[in-house]
Structure formats: C-alpha cells, structure tokens
Design a binder for this molecule. Structure first.
Ligand code: S3P
Length: 491
C-alpha cells in the first residue's frame, strides 16, 4: 500500500546531531510488516536552520518524528497539539501539522512499579520532564537531580516534585526507583554512573532511557553481585589449607567498610534482584505509536513486532562498538566463557595471552623465564592497548594480572568498554590451580601463592568491574547470564 497518489510514504526524523539513529531500521521494518511501501530518512537540522528547513519538510513528509533539540522549538510551527504534546510542551511526532508526544506511551509500556515509591529522576531535560510527570501521575514521590540545579528546581516546582543538588546524592537516603533521563553513561562514556554507586545498589527499580550501551553502568550495577558478598564471602571461606582468611579489602579501598558484617557468600544476593530496564523498549514503542498515528488503519502484527525488537540489540552493538573485557583470577574461566559469550553475541573473541604468545613467538612461561615479570607486564599493556584500538566490538579475555594496576585499568577506560569480573571463590580456584602447571605467577608453594595473589587482587577486580558475576556454574550458563546482563535479550 502507498499514498493516495500512488507513491511510497515518506517519513523521517529531524534532530541534531543524528548519527547512528536506530529509527530508520525500526520504522522501515514496521512499514514493511504492515505491507506499506515507504522510507524513513534522517534530517540533521541545526537549531538555527529549523525555521528555514521545516516548511518544505512539513509539506513533503507524510508524518515525521522530532528529537533533541527541536521537541519544544517545533511547537510554534504547528497548527495544533494533542493532549500529551500540550501537557509536556514538547512534540516528538508530527502528522498533518499536529504535534503528538508518543514518548510517554513508550514509557508507560514499561509498567514500572512507581506507585507510593520514592523515585529519583536524574536529568532535567525533555525526557526527564516526561519521567517526572509520569512518575507523579503513577503516584510516586519524586525527587529531581541534574547537573544544573536551577533547571531541576524549575522542573520540580512546575510538576510538584522536589529538587536536590546532584552532589548531595552522595549522602542521600536510598530511593526505591532511579530513572535516568540524563546522558550520563551513554556511549562512548560507558564508565559513567549518573548517581553514586551505593544508591544504584540500593534501588529496587533501575530504569535508563539510554540504550547505547544496551546495559549502562547504572543497570549493570543493579545486575551485579554485591561487592560485600564477594569480599566477605572470600573472607569467611576456608581455603584449601583449612584456614579461615581474614578480611582482605584494604581500608583505603572503601569497598568493604570495616563495619560490614562478614556475611556468608551469597547472603547479600538473597535480596530480590532489582528490576532493571534500558530505553530500547521505549524507543520501539514510541516508534510504533508514531506509525499508528501516521497509518491509523494499518496492522503491525505482533510476531513482526517481536522480530523487529530482536534486531535492535545487534544493531546497537554494530553502531556503538564496545569492548567486552572479561577479568578475573587465573582459572576463573575467562577464555572458555569468553569464547562462548563471543559466539552468542556474534563477535570476535580475543585472548590477550594468546596474542602475546603469537607476537613473542614463545609461551607465557618462556616469556617470564627469559624476560622477567616487569617486561611481561609492559608487553601485556602494549598488547592490551593494541587490541583495544581495534575497530568494532569484541570480547576480550585478559590475563589475571593484566588490569591489576590502576594505570592498566585506566587504559581500558580510554575506550567504550564493559569490564565483567568472573567471580570464583578462592577454595574453588585453589582446586582448579592445584598443579600450577604453565602458570609462572604460582611458582613455588602453589597454594600459598594462589591465596596471596587472590587476596591482593580480589578488591581490585571488584573495583574495576562494571558487572560482577558468579562464574562457578557451567560455562554455557555463565555466558548466557552475562549476555542477558549486558542487555542481549529483546527489550
Ligand atoms: C597471569 C595470568 C595468566 C598469564 C600470566 C600471568 C597473572 O593469564 O597472563 O601467567 O598474573 O595472573 P590467565 O589469568 O588467563 O591464566
């Protein structure tokens, strides 16, 4: 089906900047699923160009979307607004010179439990405004925090929320839900958290409007093993010699405060897993709602919707490349789990040790024997730098000592990367490493060296991780769990 004039439908998105948008993929797939001939193009229009470019686009296009920074600026050019666009003072969809706002439909589809909850909205821009509005409407008590305190105050006063300075969150009481409408954590700044880590850990609902990366650091924090379960768990477990290890986190590390009870491993993880969602579902639903406005009679079959949603994670990964770095102690399964994860995600797999063996033309023990550990570490760092500089996404298993020093960890942060710590308790690692074969770092008393190194490194692994997982289960199950945590299931 096409327009009355028999030509294909023409839709598009106006915004600035528009690089890597997923909207053409979503809309053209939806049009095809409804048997409609049409295309969806990107119109990158700088703010000062809007007035000049808009009139002809309004005539030419059979409906279009509007994104940052034009959602509010477009209103004076329109003839009328529907209730949601009028309520928000912003439009993301235009049809026949009438403005609509389908973002809220997308958010409502998430059905987050907000009623009666203490909700923190981060950011004070257009999408945060919608989040505040919808959370209040759902019966939440809402606090707004954004980089510009005055904007938060204005937004909060207008909609009936509270505003607090972003810096004050460090000492704030936990919130039940955190909704991020700010760009903190968006690709390429994958290491950023919009709120202090403790708040992210305490919330029962974490929602991020960001979908690149598929799982932001905020969501990964909610999906991680709690640090105290790893640190305290290690301390309470007998090692292979039957001795109980003492607490291991140096006080300066502040990961396991001295006052923390030494809980059995897994105790903290008994708390129900928080509900964590990215912005991909909202992106899809707002697009579908726009299509329904442009094509009121069209049918978008459910099965096709599911199929299109499933295309999105892969499309995000190819547009916003990220290095998935598996970290952890020798014997934790970085290489086997990494291979399985890479094949699940359709990505190349790189093993840092193997790269070094290939370049040096000799085994790891031979490198250690001929050149010594300091040389090995600088070679390891150079090799890491080269692998990180490769284009595209990949899964990288690093050696157990590769990221231990802060400068090495900082190297990973020069690229969009997500560091996954594969946690295996010391007793299990000691069993796996018992013969010390091929592991120069364990030369001498293998059990003792394993324990010493483990105690030294564990706090560093925990601190460096975006996502920490229990890696004791069978390879495929661990890899599947990591893939899920990284956001590779349909929104
Ligand atoms: C090392 C771990 C090894 C290898 C080298 C040093 C370490 O890699 O890089 O023997 O310092 O822990 P795996 O962790 O993959 O065994």
């Amino acid at each position: 089906m096409s327009t009355d004039a028999g030509r294909p439908f023409r839709h598009g998105l106006i915004g600035h900047p528009l690089a890597h948008s997923l909207s053409p993929l979503i809309h053209e797939s939806l049009l095809a699923s409804a048997g409609l001939r049409g295309s969806y193009a990107l119109y990158d229009i700088a703010p000062e160009e809007l007035g000049r470019r808009l009139p002809s686009l309004m005539d030419e296009l059979d409906g279009f979307n509007v994104t940052i920074p034009h959602k509010e600026a477009i209103l004076p050019f329109l003839d009328s607004l529907d209730a949601s666009a009028a309520e928000f003072g912003a439009a993301n969809t235009v049809f026949r010179r009438r403005g609509h706002n389908t973002d809220r439909i997308g958010f409502r589809c998430e059905q987050l439990p907000l009623s009666g909850r203490r909700v923190l909205v981060v950011g004070a821009g257009g999408v945060s405004r919608m989040l505040v509005f919808e959370a209040i409407r759902a019966g939440a008590r809402v606090t707004v925090a954004s980089r510009t305190f005055e904007r938060s105050v204005r937004l909060a006063a207008e909609l009936g929320a509270m505003a607090v300075p972003l810096e004050s969150l460090a000492g704030a009481e936990p919130f039940d839900a955190i909704l991020n409408g700010s760009p903190a954590g968006m690709w390429p700044h994958t290491a950023e958290l919009p709120v202090p880590e403790a708040l992210a850990r305490a919330a029962e609902t974490l929602y991020d409007t960001i979908y690149n990366p598929l799982a932001t650091r905020l969501l990964l924090t909610g999906r991680s093993l709690p640090p105290e379960s790893m640190l305290a768990g290690a301390a309470s477990q007998p090692d292979c010699s039957g001795q109980i290890n003492l607490p291991i986190a140096p006080a300066s590390q502040s990961i396991a405060p001295a006052s923390l009870p030494i809980a059995p491993a897994g105790l903290a993880s008994r708390r129900p897993a928080p509900l964590t969602r990215n912005g991909l579902g909202m992106l899809f639903e707002q697009a579908l709602a726009a299509e329904r406005i442009w094509h009121p009679g069209a049918i978008f079959p459910e099965a096709d919707q599911t199929r299109i949603r499933r295309l999105l994670p892969g499309a995000v990964l190819s547009r916003f490349p990220v290095k998935i770095v598996l970290n952890g102690f020798m014997g934790c399964g970085k290489s086997t789990i990494g291979q399985s994860l890479a094949s699940r995600l359709g990505l190349p797999f790189v093993d840092l040790d193997e790269e070094m063996v290939r370049t040096a033309g000799k085994s790891i023990p031979a490198i250690f024997a001929d050149e010594g550990e300091p040389w090995f570490r600088s070679f390891e760092r150079r090799t890491l730098e080269q692998v990180l500089a490769r284009p595209g996404s990949l899964v990288l298993a690093v050696g157990g000592g590769a990221l231990v020093e802060p400068e090495a960890e900082a190297l990973v942060r020069t690229r969009p990367a997500q560091v996954v710590f594969l946690h295996v308790p010391l007793a299990e690692l000691s069993r796996r490493l018992a013969d010390g074969e091929g592991r120069p770092m364990l030369d001498g008393d293998v059990q003792l060296r394993t324990r010493q190194l483990y105690e030294h490194r564990l706090p560093r692994y925990v601190a460096a991780a975006d996502l920490a997982v229990d890696a004791t289960a069978e390879t495929e199950a661990v890899a599947a769990g990591i893939a899920r945590s990284l956001g590779f299931d349909s929104p």
